[in-house]
Design a protein around this ligand. Structure first.
Ligand code: AMP
Length: 287
């Protein structure tokens, strides 16, 4: 399968499973890229990586209601399937799995997948129930698409760690690949939510990346005290009047537990609110 003309759009789980079975019986390796649509260059880079890792790439486009917390932007989340289909085809995706919400969550749905501990800190503190929605929908997508490999973005570092842990703990027979964050020219991590920003807010949003770069320079200069790095990042980010800090933390990259003295593989992560957008970013660094 190759090329835009042959792209197949599947909306029913049964049909997706039969297609996956057929591909597998032909010896084809299936790659999955889960998305909520409103695709940007970050998503397309995941599709390209999936193309390198598999024979047929399935991109799921599903705005998953169970991962939005009450009061969040589920209703207003940007949706533009026609544009997404063009992007997916151009990046090399051959199957688009886009189930309606009733197909994924029929009446009486009552089974959830939950990863403990890893989901409690960072974004988990501010978005209770979010990761339960993520792990549940990813499990359902894996059951529908039956991929050999699934590709996620480092931009959502906690999500990637949680998915890795889930597939390991539940012996899910799938490889998890995590691709680097794609950024705008000023360093802002690409996100479907960046379109919520006014021009002034968009300019202020550049401070997220700048604060991560300043943390990198401090560490490269020999700083090992997490509190000093976090305090300096908070000061920098808060210097922009439109930015409200939710958290800035330095944690170990595997367990996501807070560190005092930086050592080994460290994740420095932050979340802020700017206007109606909630933005996250992170830096993974070997100390
Ligand atoms: P979303 O549609 O926001 O749920 O994201 C779908 C996938 O794209 C997730 O694995 C994200 O981590 C990934 N992603 C989102 N933004 C970026 C980015 N700027 N660079 C790389 N991957 C990204």
């Amino acid at each position: 399968m190759a090329g835009e003309a042959k792209m197949r759009v599947v909306s029913m789980i049964r049909e997706m499973q039969r297609l996956a079975d057929a591909l597998r019986s032909q010896g084809q390796r299936i790659g999955l890229v889960p998305t909520m649509g409103a695709l940007h260059e970050g998503h397309l880079s995941l599709i390209r990586r999936a193309c390198e890792l598999s024979d047929v790439v399935v991109v799921s486009v599903f705005v998953n209601p169970t991962q939005f917390v009450a009061g969040e932007d589920f209703e207003t989340y940007p949706r533009d399937l026609e544009r997404d289909l063009r992007g997916i085809a151009a990046a090399g995706g051959e199957v688009v799995f886009t189930p309606p919400a009733e197909e994924m969550y029929p009446r009486g749905f009552s089974t959830y997948v939950e990863v403990e501990r890893l989901t409690e800190g960072l974004c988990g503190t501010f978005r209770p129930g979010h990761f339960r929605g993520v792990t549940t929908v990813v499990t359902k997508l894996l059951c529908a698409v039956k991929p050999h490999v699934a590709v996620f973005g480092q931009k959502d570092a906690q999500q990637a760690a949680v998915i890795r842990r889930m597939t390991r703990d539940l012996n899910m027979d799938v490889e998890i690949s995590v691709a680097p964050t794609v950024r705008e020219p000023d360093g802002l991590a690409m996100s479907s939510r960046n379109m919520y920003l006014s021009p002034e807010e968009r300019e202020d949003a550049g401070i997220l990346f700048q604060s991560l770069e300043s943390a990198r320079r401090m560490i490269e200069g020999g700083e090992r005290c997490a509190d000093r790095i976090v305090a300096s990042m908070k000061m920098l980010v808060s210097s922009r009047p439109r930015v409200q800090v939710e958290y800035v933390e330095a944690v170990d990259a595997q367990q996501l537990e807070t560190m005092k003295i930086l050592r080994g593989k460290v994740l420095i992560a932050l979340a802020v609110r700017i206007g109606r957008a909630r933005l996250i970013d992170n830096l993974m660094i070997e100390v």
